[in-house]
Design a protein around this ligand. Structure first.
Ligand code: WQD
Length: 336
């Protein structure tokens, strides 16, 4: 299939593009490069030895999206494009609602005009809000604690209602847990703008000497060592989950939700220690106050994805730590 990846120049988009091409699909990328680099696409082309059509557009812009669909026969869409910083979403909620919801509505309208019916959406475990219990199952209650999370949940609702109203539409909602790691080549990886919000890129930038010391946000949570527990999943495993999701969407109708996690939770200190061990590096850290909005524990029950998609994460925590550092050490300043 020829797959449109909106936000395809981003961290998860580039890794998914590689795995789609490895699986025999072709790809078209739409990205406004507001939080990514055209260089990342060049690296994907090198890895896959494939030329990839790239449209530097805002997927909220109807005319641009129409032009892309009239110039390419698209069989499926994976919608990654969106604003995704939890803290920032609290400062500029209207920009998050406008961008993250308009893009989905525009894509659905243009897809309908062009007879495209397969839609895979980049959702997030954040839609579970403060979980009543773990591991998290897709049928558990949802509810968000920040505008970013609400845009993900609202998009899930928009897509679910659209599929109810149009029996030709096939929607797969993928709830990501915490993606880390990088392609084994070290040519593509996580490249956040400014000071990283997320744990692993902060660690790798400390290791690279770009940042001095890691702040551990709280060690008084009710977890095995007091620090926050999350389900870290290798970005290549996550990318392979999208290949399975595209194939599933092409052979089913309606809407299906899948957790994409490993089913294992690791604490912040587990990650720091695993990173130091895997790479034989010291990571200085200081215990700090809890970060507002953080939860104690969050990890997946990935049974449904295994049983229905035939997908499960395969890479180890050591793989994730080694590959994260392999990317950063070869690209101290990211794609610049
Ligand atoms: C992980 C753990 C922190 C940074 C977020 C979004 C989620 C998804 C993934 C988009 C927590 C601790 C972190 C640091 C730390 N993004 N931490 N020091 O918050 O689980 O999820 O990213 O979809 O929607 O909410 O990921 O990497 O920020 O934090 O101690 O400098 O590391 O407290 O326990 P999070 P994270």
């Amino acid at each position: 299939m020829n797959v449109l990846l909106t936000g395809g120049a981003g961290y998860i988009g580039t890794h998914t593009c590689v795995e789609l091409i490895n699986a025999g699909h072709t790809a078209v990328i739409a990205d406004n490069f507001s939080n990514s680099s055209p260089k990342a696409v060049e690296r994907v082309e090198k890895i896959t030895n494939t030329k990839i059509p790239v449209y530097n557009i805002d997927v909220c812009d109807r005319e641009s999206v129409e032009k892309l669909f009239s110039e390419n026969k698209i069989d499926a869409v994976i919608h990654f494009a969106g604003l995704k910083a939890v803290g920032e979403s609290c400062e500029i909620p209207l920009a998050y609602y406008r961008n993250n919801l308009d893009s989905t509505l525009t894509l659905l309208e243009v897809m309908k005009n062009h007879g495209v019916h397969n839609f895979v959406f980049s959702s997030s475990a954040t839609v579970y809000g403060i979980p009543e219990k773990v591991p998290l199952v897709e049928t558990m209650p949802t509810g968000c604690t920040n505008p970013y999370g609400w845009t993900k949940l609202m998009n899930e609702q928009i897509l679910t209602d659209a599929a109810k109203a149009d029996s030709r539409l096939s929607v797969v909602l993928l709830r990501y847990f915490n993606p880390i790691g990088a392609h084994e080549s070290g040519m593509i990886g996580e490249n956040p703008n400014g000071i990283p919000n997320n744990l692993m890129p902060y660690i790798t930038q400390v290791a690279a000497g770009r940042l001095e010391c890691l702040g551990v946000f709280g060690n008084d949570y009710p977890t095995h060592d007091g620090t926050g527990v999350r389900d870290y999943i290798h970005v290549v495993d996550l990318a392979k989950g999208h290949v399975k999701a595209i194939d599933y969407a092409d052979s089913h109708k309606g809407t299906e939700i899948f957790n994409l996690g490993t089913g294992t939770g690791y604490s912040v200190l587990d990650i720091v220690n695993a990173f130091m061990k895997a790479n034989d590096l010291e990571i200085p850290y200081k215990i700090k106050q809890r970060r507002p909005g953080d939860i104690a524990e969050c990890y997946a029950d990935p049974t449904k994805a295994k049983e229905i998609l035939g997908w499960q994460a395969e890479k180890t925590l050591e793989d994730m730590c080694r590959d994260s550092w392999n990317w950063q050490s070869k690209n101290i300043n990211g794609y610049e």
